[in-house]
Design a binder for this molecule. Structure first.
Ligand code: CP
Length: 336
């Protein structure tokens, strides 16, 4: 069986991504009915975190348990990753013991290296480049909150703020799926030429559109979804005054900016949010905000991703074979 990792949405076709999103919606429906199937009975997921996490950690850990599997939380500094042991050896060892490896890495190169040496699926739980599991949840949430009479390909998704790792993944998945994606930010905080090139190539294939602009008022005028993210992250503390000056007040998602968008426009944020910085409390807690539906959907999307990657790899021995081995092992133990 071909080994499938989940490192970037760019590795998948529009059809594959839509299959994954539809699987997520079906798994959510089953969950609401209390009927989540134990698709991954006995499977294990090694979860390595080089950075803290609330949503990603909890959603993968609970998701594995709900599917009948088990997740091991390996916190920063707890294993020999790249210290006293090469990353390649860690990948090889974990592949012998676990059915999949999850990694939240500081550097995207670490993710690529892990995937190079792992012989089980590797799942990217955020790097400095992208956040692909987040955006499966995001598009699922958009589908649940789509304006009436609009198709997915007609949606206008507007991302306001810094060109973060989340921006790259939202931009890539929206353009892959043929949606209209706009990024509004000061020029210095707009995506690199490389990122734009990927999104433009997606649009050429899917029929989607890409707009990068400094004009935030024009950008939000037709927004169905208005998405924002943090203006700075760990390691960018020295840049806070300069970043705040660049974004505030023009690019803050506040009631004044939201009033320039259509009334049906929904506000999204991957969270954690710096309330009062990139978005105000008034907006984040408004009826137009779907940030907690979005957060909940992390759980359903992770189950979709886990089932999609791991279910086809699950062994399916016959009942007779299981009975044979149980009998053999019990007989051995009983004669010891
Ligand atoms: N959105 C997200 O990845 O949140 P965590 O950092 O809490 O996992």
């Amino acid at each position: 069986m071909t080994l499938k990792h989940f490192i970037t949405v760019q590795d998948f076709s529009k059809e594959e991504l839509l299959d994954l999103i539809n699987l997520t919606l079906l798994i959510k429906e089953a969950d609401i009915q209390g009927c989540t199937p134990k698709l991954l009975e006995g499977a294990s997921l090694a979860m390595i975190f080089e950075e803290p996490s609330t949503r990603t950690r909890v959603s993968f850990e609970v998701g594995m348990a709900e599917l009948g599997g088990y997740a091991l939380y390996l916190k920063p500094g707890e294993i020999h990753l790249g210290v006293r042991e090469t990353l390649a050896d860690t990948a090889r060892v974990l592949s012998r013991m676990c059915d999949a490896i999850f990694l939240r890495a500081l550097k995207h190169e670490t993710m690529v290296e892990m995937a190079k040496y792992a012989t089980v699926p590797v799942i990217n739980g955020l790097t400095d480049y992208n956040h692909p599991t987040q955006v499966v949840c995001d598009v699922t949430t958009m589908i649940e909150h789509m304006p009436e009479n609009k198709a997915l390909e007609e949606l206008n998704v507007v991302f306001v703020g810094d060109a973060t790792n989340v921006l790259s993944s939202v931009m890539f998945i929206c353009t892959k799926l043929g949606m209209n994606f706009t990024h509004a930010a000061p020029q210095a905080y707009q995506p690199s030429a490389a990122w734009r090139g990927i999104a433009e190539a997606n649009c050429a294939e899917s029929g989607g559109t890409l707009t990068i602009t400094e004009d935030v008022s024009a950008a939000v005028a037709n927004a169905d979804f208005l998405y924002t993210d943090l203006w700075w992250w760990v390691g960018q503390e020295d840049e806070i005054p300069e970043r705040r000056a660049a974004f505030m007040p023009t690019y803050q998602v506040n009631m004044e900016l939201l009033s320039k968008a259509p009334k049906h426009c929904k506000v999204m944020h991957c969270l954690p949010a710096s309330r009062g910085v990139e978005a105000t409390d008034e907006v984040l807690d408004s009826p137009q905000s779907i940030i907690f539906d979005q957060a909940e959907n992390r759980l359903h999307a992770e189950k979709g991703i886990l089932a999609w990657l791991l279910y086809p790899r699950m062994p399916s021995p016959s009942e007779a074979l299981k009975t044979y081995y149980k009998g053999q092992i019990e007989a051995f133990l009983n004669q010891m």
